[in-house]
Design a protein around this ligand. Structure first.
Ligand SMILES: Nc1ncnc2c1ncn2[C@@H]1O[C@H](COP(=O)(O)OP(=O)(O)OP(=O)(O)O)[C@@H](O)[C@H]1O
Ligand code: SF4
Ligand SMILES: [Mg+2]
Length: 441
C-alpha cells in the first residue's frame, strides 16, 4: 500500500541577511545541500581539508554563504494508520518540517524536495496522490484542516482568546464546509426523498441569485456526472449543524459537560482542557493525517499522560495517521510505531520503535537513551549526558553534524555529511562508522 505521506529529500532554507540569520544568529557558514553550487563548494573545500580538528563549539572551520538550511535532505513516509514519532533537540528542524508539510512556512523560506499526500475524498472513495509542494494555495488551504490537521504546542497562543471555544471548533467545520463523510456519501448516492431530507437538514440553502441562475446548470452538471453532488459546490453547511459537530468533537476528546464548556473562553479552561479543545478542533473534520507538534510539552506529567492516552484512543477510533513531534524519546515511545531522530536539520536514525530502544544505531540516539532515567538507573552516579550543545544552523560543522560531540568520531567524520546506512531491514542510521553495512543514500 502506498504511504499516506511521503516526504522525499526535503530541504528548507532561510536567507541569511548580511552575515546574520533571520533567526538572529551570526553566520559563519551555511550549508545548503539543495543548492548545488554551494554544496559543491562546501564539499570540495571540506574534502580537501583532511584531519579537520574536532573542536566542540568552534566556528572557525566554516565559510559564509547566503542561506541557512534548517532541514537538510529529509526523507520519511507515514503509512495509513501509522504513527511516526519525530524526535530531536531544540532547533533540530522538527517544527520547520511540520510547517513545510502544512504549507505554512514563511514566504522567505526556500523549499526543495517532494511531499506527496495520498488524498481520499471519502472513506471508501478513490485515492489520488497530491504533491503538496506544488499545490495551488487555495487547494492546499482546503486540504489543511480537513484532510491534514495540526495540533500546536501552546494552545493558549493557538486559540482565539476572545471567542468561545465551541464557536472556534464550529468555525473549523464551517471553513471546510465539512459535512461528515458518511452523510456526504448518503447525499451523493441516495436518490429521492432521503437525499432531499438530508440535504435540508445539513445544508444552508444556496443564495437566491444562485437558485435562480445557477441551479439549472448545476442540475445539468450533476446529471452528466450522475452523482447529484454538483449543488454542494455552492452551498454551505448549516451553522447549527457545525455547532453540533463541535460539541460531538468535544465529547470525543472526553471533555465533561461539553455543552457548557463550549460557551467558555480559552482563559476559563485549564491547560489540559485547552489542549483537548485544540485536539477537538483538529479532529472535528475527520482528517486522515494529524500532525501533533509537542502536544504535551507544556503540560504537567499527569495531564501529559492523559493527552497521550487520548491521542492513542482517537487514533484507534478514527484510524488516524500521525506525525508526533517531541524532544522527548520517552514520550514518543507511548504513541509511535516508528521513530525518526533528527539532529541539526538532518535525519540521523529511522527505525521501528522497538529497534530504536533495543538497538540504537546512531551515537546520538544512544546518548539520548542513556539520558533517560529508568527504574534500574544507578542513583549513586549522575545520569549520563551528551557533552556540548546542538550546533546553530548558522555554524554547522562541515561533516557529520554530531561529530563535535561524538564519542566514536574518527578523522573522516569531519569531512562530509555521512550517508544513511541500512543497518537492518527498515532500520536506517547516518553513521557508517559504527554500522559497517550497505549504504542506501
Ligand atoms: N522563520 C525563520 N527564519 C530563520 N530561521 C528559522 C525560522 N524558523 C525557524 N528557523 C530556524 O530553523 C531551525 C529549526 O527550527 P525549528 O523551529 O524547526 O526547531 P525545533 O526542532 O522545532 O525546535 P523546538 O524543539 O525548540 O521547537 C532553528 O535554528 C531556527 O532558528
Ligand atoms: S559519523 Fe562519525 S561523528 Fe558522526 S555519529 Fe558516526 S562516528 Fe560519530
Ligand atoms: Mg518546534
Amino acid at each position: 500500500m502506498p504511504p499516506l505521506l511521503d516526504v522525499q529529500n526535503l530541504t528548507v532554507e532561510f536567507p541569511s541577511v548580511a552575515g546574520k540569520s533571520l533567526a538572529g544568529k551570526s553566520v559563519t557558514r551555511a550549508p545548503s545541500p539543495a543548492n548545488a553550487d554551494v554544496t559543491r563548494n562546501i564539499s570540495s573545500s571540506a574534502s580537501s581539508r583532511k584531519n579537520v580538528p574536532s573542536d566542540p563549539g568552534s566556528e572557525k572551520n566554516v565559510s559564509p554563504a547566503l542561506t541557512l538550511a534548517a532541514v537538510r535532505n529529509l526523507s520519511f513516509s507515514i503509512h495509513p494508520g501509522e504513527v511516526l514519532g519525530l524526535v530531536g533537540e531544540s532547533g533540530s528542524g522538527k517544527s520547520v518540517t511540520s510547517l513545510a508539510i502544512m504549507g505554512l512556512l514563511p514566504p522567505n523560506a526556500k523549499l526543495t524536495g517532494n511531499i506527496t499526500f495520498q488524498d481520499h475524498e471519502s472513506a471508501n472513495g478513490p485515492a489520488h496522490l497530491t504533491n503538496l509542494t506544488t499545490l495551488p494555495p487555495a487547494e492546499l488551504r482546503h486540504l489543511r484542516g480537513s484532510r491534514i490537521a495540526m495540533i500546536f504546542q501552546e494552545p493558549m497562543t493557538a486559540l482565539n482568546p476572545v471567542m468561545r471555544v465551541g464557536d472556534q471548533i464550529a468555525e473549523a467545520v464551517l471553513a471546510h464546509n465539512a459535512v461528515p463523510p458518511e452523510i456526504r456519501e448518503r447525499i451523493r448516492n441516495d436518490i429521492g426523498n432521503e437525499r432531499r431530507e438530508l440535504w435540508k437538514e445539513w445544508h444552508r440553502p444556496a443564495p437566491l441569485w444562485f437558485r435562480i441562475f445557477g441551479i439549472p446548470f448545476v442540475h445539468l452538471y450533476s446529471g452528466v456526472l450522475n452523482r447529484g453532488s454538483g449543488i454542494m459546490i455552492r452551498s454551505r453547511i448549516r451553522p447549527e449543524k457545525a455547532y453540533e459537530l463541535a460539541i460531538q468533537a468535544m465529547r470525543d476528546v472526553a471533555i465533561p459537560e461539553p455543552d457548557r464548556r463550549a460557551r467558555s473562553y480559552p482563559h476559563q479552561l485549564s491547560g489540559g482542557m485547552r489542549q483537548r479543545i485544540m485536539i477537538a478542533m483538529a479532529i472535528v473534520n475527520r482528517p486522515q493525517l494529524l500532525i501533533a507538534d509537542e502536544p504535551s510539552t507544556a503540560l504537567d506529567v499527569t495531564i501529559q499522560q492523559q493527552i497521550l492516552d487520548l491521542l492513542n484512543d482517537l487514533r484507534q477510533k478514527f484510524q488516524l495517521s500521525m506525525l508526533f513531534i517531541s524532544h522527548d524519546l520517552a514520550v514518543v515511545s507511548h504513541v509511535a510505531d516508528r521513530v525518526a531522530v533528527m539532529y541539526a536539520g538532518s535525519l540521523v536514525e529511522l527505525a521501528p520503535k522497538s529497534a530504536i530502544f533495543a538497538s540504537p544505531a546512531h551515537p546520538y540516539t544512544q546518548g539520548l537513551l542513556q539520558a533517560i532515567p529508568t527504574l534500574s538507573t544507578d542513583r549513586a552516579h549522575p545520569l549520563a549526558t551528551i557533552e556540548g550543545t546542538v550546533p546553530s544552523i548558522a555554524a554547522l560543522p562541515p561533516g557529520c553534524p554530531f561529530e563535535p560531540r561524538c564519542p566514536h568520531r574518527i578523522v573522516n567524520c569531519a569531512a562530509d555529511l555521512p550517508p544513511l546506512v541500512e543497518v537492518a531491514p527498515g532500520h536506517f542510521a547516518r553513521c557508517p562508522v559504527i554500522n559497517q553495512t550497505s549504504l542506501v543514500q
